[in-house]
Design a protein around this ligand. Structure first.
Ligand SMILES: Nc1nc2c(c(=O)[nH]1)N[C@H]1C(S)=C(S)[C@@H](COP(=O)(O)O)O[C@H]1N2
Ligand SMILES: [Mo]
Length: 199
């Protein structure tokens, strides 16, 4: 008797991965950008952490490359309902960039080249949950996916993973970012299906 293949069951997720409510799996990597792709050269690239105290730290591209990096494999969940399992990245943990910064802030507003912003509680950027990612699938991160570098915070909907990231502002009071001001959920937990305000 021939071995029966397990077959393809449409939108059933890969074994070992879970789909948040209302999501489907895709094998593509769709590009979602609110505007044109900003072109930022590595020579001109800078990344800053600015605390509410006025303390500010800045890294050049060479500074970032000199820091220890990690290679997280994570699932991505976009509010437009696609999820992508097992994506491979390389980046510097945000913990490394926040180390030693004196701040009483509980919130972060993330800024991108091109003007995009997104907000989240500072604790969601800590404890190995977020990276400044510069490689995807073994290659330099493509400009349309946020290269030279993007924030990667995979436990929240992907709009929180700011592409072309240029800095993190530490705030005592929460401030909505680009999509959050347009009606997207302030926090954006895919497991609680927090897509829009009021969800
Ligand atoms: N700077 C910036 N970052 C951004 C966006 C954007 O428009 N500008 N779009 C967000 C949204 S809504 C999503 S779903 C993801 C998409 O990332 P991708 O294009 O790499 O799939 O980027 C997020 N980060
Ligand atoms: Mo999105």
């Amino acid at each position: 008797m021939p071995i029966v293949s397990r077959g393809f069951h449409g939108r059933r997720p890969e074994p070992g991965h879970k789909l948040p409510p209302g999501q489907y799996e895709t094998h593509d990597f769709p590009v979602l950008s609110a505007g044109p792709t900003p072109r930022v050269s590595r020579e001109d690239w800078e990344f800053s952490v600015a605390a509410e105290t006025g303390e500010r730290r800045t890294w050049s591209w060479a500074d970032l490359m000199a820091l220890p990096s990690q290679r997280p494999t994570v699932d991505l969940h976009c509010v437009t309902k696609w999820s992508k399992f097992g994506t491979d990245w390389e980046g510097v943990s945000v913990d490394t960039l926040l180390e030693g910064v004196g701040s009483a802030a509980e919130y972060a507003l993330v800024h991108s080249y091109g003007g995009y912003t997104t907000n989240l509680p500072l604790e969601d950027l800590r404890d190995g949950q977020a990276w400044i990612a510069f490689r995807y699938d073994g290659e330099d991160l493509a400009p349309e996916h946020g290269g030279p570098a993007r924030l990667l915070v995979p436990h929240l909907y992907l709009w929180k993973s700011a592409k072309w990231v240029r800095g993190i502002e530490l705030l005592l009071n929460d401030e909505p970012g680009f999509w959050e001001s347009a009606g997207y959920h302030d926090y954006g937990d895919p497991w609680r299906e927090q897509r829009y305000q009021g969800d």
